[in-house]
Design a protein around this ligand. Structure first.
Ligand SMILES: [Zn+2]
Length: 239
């Protein structure tokens, strides 16, 4: 499911049907966004900005029996099982929190165009992540789809997937990389080399601040922001 069809399906489930869910943001969808904004006291501009996306992501189940919101194993694209501001474990506690390396993995769909960083002819539509972080990452990616245009994402390199799950040791060490649990994601490794600092690393630039804030709002950690290296990398574990 891409962002457009997600938007249309969420509008529909909130009672603001934009017509057929066809992934095309036309006048019917814009009218539905405006009606949603009006009903929620938001600025009525027909733009699927962060406030609209957050509102649509909220459960639309007021018409359902309360227990319907508690059905286990529901689609992670739907309503969100974790509070915003989630605190992830420290790196030294990841095994007790997440289990063994490479276990409990799931796939999320990426709501904007991505390609493999080292083979840009390969489109990447899904990424593999630990089931405990998948919904959180999906929220961030949806947010990125709404706060940056496609051109801005390309400029920042957010379209260049550098890997998520990868069971391996840390470079130059014996400990497992955070990627081994599927709790880290790399973007645009060529322009954010491991040892590069600000301002050489592309994702250390000011136009990447909303990108990092979107992850940090979900409790994810940037080694670039925390330690000024490995600016390609974000992880659901604290130092
Ligand atoms: Zn990484």
């Amino acid at each position: 499911m891409n962002f457009e069809t997600w938007l249309q399906s969420r509008l529909t489930s909130h009672g603001f049907a934009p017509g057929p869910i066809d992934g095309v943001i036309g006048s019917n969808t814009i009218a539905a966004i405006k009606a949603f904004e009006r009903a929620h006291g938001l600025p009525v501009d027909g733009t699927a900005d962060g406030a609209v996306v957050d509102g649509l992501r909220a459960p639309s189940s007021s018409a359902l029996p309360l227990d319907m919101t508690r059905i286990p194993n529901r689609d992670i694209e739907d309503d969100d099982p974790q509070p915003v501001g989630k605190i992830w474990p420290r790196q030294r506690d990841v095994r007790s929190f997440y289990g063994d390396v490479g276990q409990h993995q799931t796939k999320i769909e990426i709501p904007f165009d991505m390609v493999l960083a080292w083979d840009t002819t390969r489109r990447i539509t899904c990424m593999t992540l630990h089931s405990k972080v998948a919904a959180s990452a999906e929220r961030v990616l949806n947010r990125l789809a709404s706060i940056y245009s496609a051109r801005e994402r390309i400029s920042l390199g957010l379209n260049l997937f550098g890997g998520s799950l990868n069971v391996r040791r840390m470079r130059g060490g014996s400990k497992y990389s955070m990627h081994s649990w599927g709790i880290a994601i790399d973007f645009d490794p060529a322009r954010n080399r491991l040892s590069w600092h600000k301002p050489q690393a592309r994702l250390s630039a000011n136009d990447a601040i909303p990108f990092w804030e979107a992850w940090e709002a979900e409790g994810w950690l940037s080694l670039g922001r925390a330690r000024n290296f490995d600016w390609m990398h974000v992880q659901a574990a604290r130092l």
